[in-house]
Design a protein around this ligand. Structure first.
Ligand code: IMP
Ligand code: MG
Length: 480
């Protein structure tokens, strides 16, 4: 196989033999369809903000600006306090903001780190759609911080309003109509999408679409992306064995909704569906138990690809044993940075080795001093040796002081090196998958729930349909 670049690879947490996968399912938004995130999130931000003002929030809010670079996925939102948190895999809050005000270590400790907290009490920013939502929340919290009393609501109430109006913006067409009016502004074509789907089909896999988007939107977006791109697959539906819209994931994996057949292409009228799913027909709703039954497949024969760790990946894997491929779009840019910053990482590792060596020297000196002091105080010590011991102890203490200072300087230097490296990934939050050198909560979730992950679904085209994808994740710290 050709040597793949990092962004072309699929990463394996759990070994999968592609030969035993019968069908591959795809989520639509942010999996098959990539968005111009700045344009899309800006639109969602402003459409929702309009609803705040229309519902009595101060007109001044109209001047709030969307910042595409502030919020990243994997952060937690403390809705009660109006805070945004980056947490490591052990739920330690590493970075926290109240609106745009950074909380210092003491405040973080007081609010979070000195007491145990349940990450489930907070909301995770785990979809791209949630980025603009969280950004808007943070801007309003910051407005409330700068203008006390102007919004007579708690942070929790503001968040509740936000949820309602975000939902509405997704449903009333204020976002989607604009996207469809100017698809080239909002939708990014993956140049390898067609090749990837065709390669999977030629490799004997059935392809299905399982999206939460409704029929009208799905049809328009998929038409824009896939119609007339391949002479044998003229219409987008030609690629897919099964098409399920308005699936309501994650409830698709936990609920018992029936499938409805979408009866008309234009207005999407629905009819309760009974019997096997007919290839190429379009279905609405449904649930995973019924899907497996009607398509005569077992969970471990299905590989589902999506971008939402919770909606697409966690439940499908946990409850149905579906194999999962998580698309982590951000990795595309992160990989470039990781490569560029490799020398910095090596510098950090070297500095840590020096630090470990210094720590050992400090420890040895401390033991030596204790030993000399014990012997000095011993009743068996010869009287004439007193000054000899005192001189030796003083020498060792001076040496220890010097080493401790060097160790402290080394410690600070490492902190600085790590922080400089992190800032190159993101000036505020650092690396997506890590906090300092450890895994972030998001990184840990990806490791736990996604069998596979990659930066683009089209990375699948680099692998054969019977490839054995092997995991090397079982490397433990003591193996390195
Ligand atoms: P999928 O990723 O293809 O399953 O589809 C995601 C769908 O969920 C898109 O149609 C989004 O507009 C919609 N969506 C995303 N976030 C929200 C939300 O917060 N409220 C309502 N709909 C949402
Ligand atoms: Mg999606």
């Amino acid at each position: 196989m050709q040597k793949l670049k990092k962004h072309q690879k699929i990463y394996v947490n759990r070994s999968i033999n592609m030969a035993s996968i019968r069908s591959l399912g795809f989520d639509m938004d942010h999996t098959l369809v990539l968005y111009n995130r700045v344009n899309f999130e800006n639109l969602a931000f402003h459409e929702t903000l309009k609803k705040f003002i229309a519902n009595g929030y101060p007109e001044e809010l109209a001047s709030l600006k969307f910042d595409p670079n502030f919020v990243i996925r994997g952060l937690l939102v403390d809705r009660e306090r109006g805070n945004l948190l980056k947490v490591d895999a052990h739920k330690y809050v590493k970075v926290a903001f109240h609106g745009h005000m950074k909380l210092d270590k003491a405040a973080r400790s007081e609010l979070y780190n000195s007491r145990g907290f349940k990450a489930d009490d907070f909301l995770t920013v785990d979809t791209f759609f949630a980025l603009s939502e969280t950004q808007l929340y943070i801007e309003i919290v910051d407005y409330m911080r700068r203008n006390p009393g102007k919004i007579q609501k708690t942070f929790t109430e503001v968040y509740k309003d936000l949820r309602e109006w975000i939902d509405l913006s997704h449903q009333d067409g204020s976002i989607k109509t604009k996207v469809l009016m100017e698809p080239s502004k909002y939708i990014v074509r993956d140049p390898h999408l067609v090749d990837t789907l065709v390669k999977l089909i030629d490799g004997g896999k059935k392809i299905f679409l399982l999206t939460n988007s409704d029929w009208a939107y799905t049809n328009s977006v998929m038409t824009y992306l896939l119609d007339n791109q391949h002479e044998e697959f003229q219409q987008w539906q030609d690629y897919f064995e099964y098409i399920i819209v308005s699936a309501g994931k994650p409830n698709f994996f936990t609920g018992t909704n029936p499938f409805y057949e979408v009866m008309t292409e234009q207005d999407g009228l629905l009819k309760l569906h009974r019997g096997p799913l007919v290839p190429k027909n379009v279905y609405h709703g449904g649930n995973a138990i019924l899907f497996e039954k009607l398509t005569m497949q077992k969970g471990d024969q299905i590989l589902y690809c999506g971008d939402h760790i919770y909606g697409d990946i966690m439940r499908s894997k946990e409850l149905f044993n579906w194999r999962t491929l998580l698309v982590v779009e951000e990795l595309y840019d992160d990989f470039k940075k990781t490569e560029k910053l490799q020398p910095e990482l090596e510098k950090i590792m070297e500095a840590i080795t020096v630090e470990e060596d210094l720590q050992a020297q400090v420890q040895a000196l401390r033991s030596n001093i204790s030993n000399q002091e014990r012997r000095h105080k011993s009743k068996h010590r010869a009287k004439q040796d007193e000054s000899k011991f005192l001189v030796r102890i003083a020498e060792l203490q001076a040496e220890l002081k010097g080493k401790e200072e060097t160790l402290e300087t080394q410690h600070k230097a490492i902190k600085e090196l790590i922080s400089t490296r992190e800032k190159q990934f993101h000036p505020v939050w650092g690396e997506l998958m890590r906090t300092s050198l450890e895994k972030s909560r998001f990184g840990k979730q990806i490791e736990s729930y996604a069998c596979l992950y990659t930066s683009r679904m089209s990375a699948l085209r680099h692998y054969s349909c019977s490839e054995k994808l092997r995991s090397y994740r079982d490397v433990m710290p003591h193996d390195l």
